[in-house]
Design a protein around this ligand. Sequence first.
Ligand SMILES: Cc1ncc(COP(=O)(O)O)c(C=O)c1O
Length: 400
Amino acid sequence: MPSPAPIYLDNHATTRVDPRVVAAMLPYFTEQYGNAGSVGHAFGEAAREAVEQSRASIAAAIGAEPEEIVFTSGATESNNLAIRGIAERGKRRGDHLVSVRTEHKAVLDPLARLARHGYVVTLLDVEQHANPRAGWLDPQRVADALREDTALVSVMLANNEIGVIQPLDEIAVICRQRGVTLHCDATQAVGKIPVDVRELGVDLLSFTAHKMYGPKGIGALFVRRSRPAVRLEAQITGGGQQDGLRSGTLNVAGIVGFATALQCCVGELPTEMKRLTELRNQLWERLHNRIAGVELCGPGLDERAAGVSPLRLPGNLDVAFGDVDGEALLLAMRDLAVSSGAACSSTDPSPSHVLLALGLSEDLARSTLRFGLGRFNTAAEVEIAAETVAAAVERLRGLR
Ligand SMILES: Cc1ncc(COP(=O)(O)O)c(C=O)c1O
């Protein structure tokens, strides 16, 4: 009997490109391959038109204006442009920067680099493990951290490990009152939950196509252009594309794919949120019933923010297995693609800084698995995945 295909439950790492996205991109490799910067011929015009239509569609999907969207190579670059761009421009206001311990490395690393150059960085704590709101940032902590010389606050919308959704709208009110620019890394949120930059009140917002069934290597930064207009120092200079904010030949096929991917997500958002919540809860229930001593990491699955919106991404589950090493578990389940809390990146073997910030011990953090459910997962896959994990945990426990 052929072995069943591997099951992919690592949709926070990246997602399969939707066939509709591939179809929309193809002509921009083969027929419409012009440079969007070329003037005076039809190839350049067609490319430019495709880029501008895509820009308008992406802007509309997040409540922005087309001229507020800057294309980048992905969320890492968007975060760098936002953070370093503000820090370098905002020097006159001061050199104090505020963020959170549980941010992605694509925020923490640029901040650490600025700290080495004399900026002062404050990293805020979040609610601790076993609290129903574990991982959540109390907006009061932001209010307490702001100073006269604070140039930027950077808070992610949805966490890539524990799925917690932060109260950006409340944080924005605080920043606005104090005249501080607010950046949001919304990489895991856009396309998964409703995101509207005006409702959130943010000044800068990073996102990327490959987390929403689009291609890798294309992302965007929303840069507020009015009330107030945000000024950034460009980080990549050259041909002066995109008003000089981000030089470089535009990735036309990627941009078209990005816009198509986001359109598909927005169209299916309410049904997909409900479906993924049910699948995620099914997975937790099976793991919880089958395996003794499992612990949920991050906020409770039924927790709500402001009474209605979920406090956790619909497709996210992060589970600690206590006495079993997450890396060993991964190796014992070659047909299941999930991610371990032991290595937050393949080049860094230390336990996840997010889980440590929640107060988990190193051993407990190393015993976790992160599940990311997505568009192409089914209830049947969830059943097989839960059985596979349960069998692997039993086997590993039996070996000790
Ligand atoms: C929260 C968050 N921010 C930033 C990134 C980096 O995104 P990209 O791969 O597009 O550079 C990721 C990707 O893992 C992420 O999850």
